[in-house]
Ligand binder design. Structure first.
Ligand SMILES: [Zn+2]
Ligand SMILES: [Zn+2]
Length: 455
């Protein structure tokens, strides 16, 4: 299944498409590939006329950001040239141009984005000075703290962050020493362009008066009155894993998000009772938020697609999947009873799929979404985590026992150290804000290392 491109990928594509004569633009930026390193794919670049490229070329390669900006590394980083037709680089430690090469490595996507934005900015404002670009990441990423000079960076660790100096009113090619020296019109234009190009964060200083969409452009109290800090999201590498099919043959899938292979594992199931599926919206938000969070995150948006399609609690055979697990199971009732546990434990394809996945992943944390009771519920050793989740989303916590045959009860017995609990969402569809709140809470619990400094 082809997942939607990230906003960033779309935006970058849009930028590249929107810049006429892209190959020329790259030449202007001094980003021509060196003759000895030309793969056949660079034909379009090669055919561009050779002019004025005495500047060093960009050696493009597919980079990989590892971890997160505040705890990460950079694989196969791309070196931003020391300068170009539309930008100069600036060393914030020695306060001079250019910035040394070891401070100028980013992912290929970040370098492309910076080059595209500064070129488009200069084309739109022919009189504008070249844009000052400060630190990206170190050659292989990693710590960029004070021992690397100056006040250092808490982030800039995995090739997704770049500092860009505000243009000066006097057009000198150096950072403004005071906010009054900022050309706000040009600075705002740069902010706007980075946002349109898909930056996920643009941090600006409190005295700059710069603005943008809330959640993307934010004011930081310190250090950003001479530069903006731009962050992009890594390319999405979400993998869809087919887990099997429902009784009626509908595919049941997991999205594997975060950082596959991380030691920390988490599982989120958006829907198990077919008429309680608001959690699918949480699953989607979580997928978008998790990105490269340092957790091996498995998201099953819909474990009961047959029930979902017919809007029944049970699956297509009239079985309550959340009473079908092999824990305290006993025969009772008949199909379509509200809590019919099935003819035997794990009699249903859907519950077998879930059990197999849990055995395979062995999640440290599992969250099961239900509706409509507005609480977070569990008893026993998972209560502390559930309580925390409840606090984060503003729902009451209820220390209720798990029914026999319930997935959480089975998990507790099968993996005594793992945490599993149930979130009962309110009735009806979730607002986007609520879905985001729940996804954030799930991520906080799934990934304790995900809380972070801002820049
Ligand atoms: Zn920065
Ligand atoms: Zn339920």
């Amino acid at each position: 299944m082809v997942l939607p491109l990230t906003r960033l990928a779309l935006a970058v594509a849009a930028v590249l498409v929107a810049v006429p004569g892209n190959a020329d633009a790259r030449l202007d930026d001094g980003t021509r590939r060196p003759p000895e390193a030309r793969p056949a794919a660079a034909e379009a670049v090669d055919r561009a006329p050779r002019r004025a490229p005495r500047r060093p070329a960009v050696v493009w390669r597919e980079s990989r950001p590892l971890g997160v900006p505040w705890a990460g590394r950079l694989l196969r980083g791309v070196l931003l040239p020391r300068d170009g037709a539309h930008f100069y680089t600036w060393n914030p430690v020695h306060r001079r141009s250019p910035n040394p090469a070891w401070r100028r490595y980013g992912t290929d996507r970040l370098v492309r984005l910076v080059l595209a934005v500064v070129a488009a900015h200069r084309r739109a404002h022919p009189g504008a000075p070249r844009v000052g670009v400060g630190d990206l990441s170190r050659t292989h990423g990693g710590d960029f703290g004070p021992r690397w000079g100056g006040i250092g960076h808490a982030t800039h660790q995995n090739g997704l962050d770049v500092d860009v100096y505000y243009p000066r009113l006097d057009r000198r090619e150096r950072p403004p020493d005071h906010p009054a020296e900022i050309d706000r019109r040009l600075a705002q234009d740069l902010v706007d362009r980075f946002v349109r190009a898909g930056a996920t964060k643009v941090f600006v200083g409190p005295s700059t008066g710069l603005r943008g969409p809330p959640g993307v452009v934010s004011v930081l109290p310190a250090y950003h009155d001479n530069h903006m800090h731009v962050r992009i999201a890594p390319a999405s590498r979400i993998r869809t894993v087919g887990l099997g099919r429902s009784h009626r043959g509908r595919p049941i899938r997991a999205w594997r998000a975060g950082t596959p292979g991380s030691e920390r594992k988490a599982l989120v199931v958006g829907c198990i009772h077919g008429n309680e599926c608001a959690g699918i919206a949480v699953a989607r938000r979580l997928l978008a938020l998790a990105r490269r969070a340092p957790v091996d995150l498995w998201i099953v948006p819909d474990l009961n697609p047959d029930g979902h399609a017919r809007r029944t609690r049970q699956n297509a055979r009239g079985v309550d999947l959340n009473r079908n697990f092999p824990v305290g199971w006993r025969a009772r009732g008949r199909p379509w009873d509200p809590e019919y546990p099935g003819p035997r434990p794990l009699s249903e394809r859907e519950s077998r799929i879930a059990a197999r996945l849990v055995e395979r992943v062995r999640p440290d944390l599992t969250i099961w979404y239900h509706q409509p009771q507005r609480n977070v519920r569990i008893r026993g050793r998972s209560a502390a985590a559930a309580r925390r989740y409840a606090r984060l989303v503003g729902l009451p916590f209820r220390p209720l026992p798990t029914p026999s045959g319930a997935a959480t009860a089975w998990q507790h017995r099968r993996f005594p150290n793992a945490v599993a609990f149930v979130v009962e969402l309110p009735p009806g569809p979730l607002s986007r804000a609520a879905a985001t709140r729940h996804a954030r809470a799930a991520l906080r619990l799934a990934c304790p290392r995900c809380s972070r400094p801002a820049t």
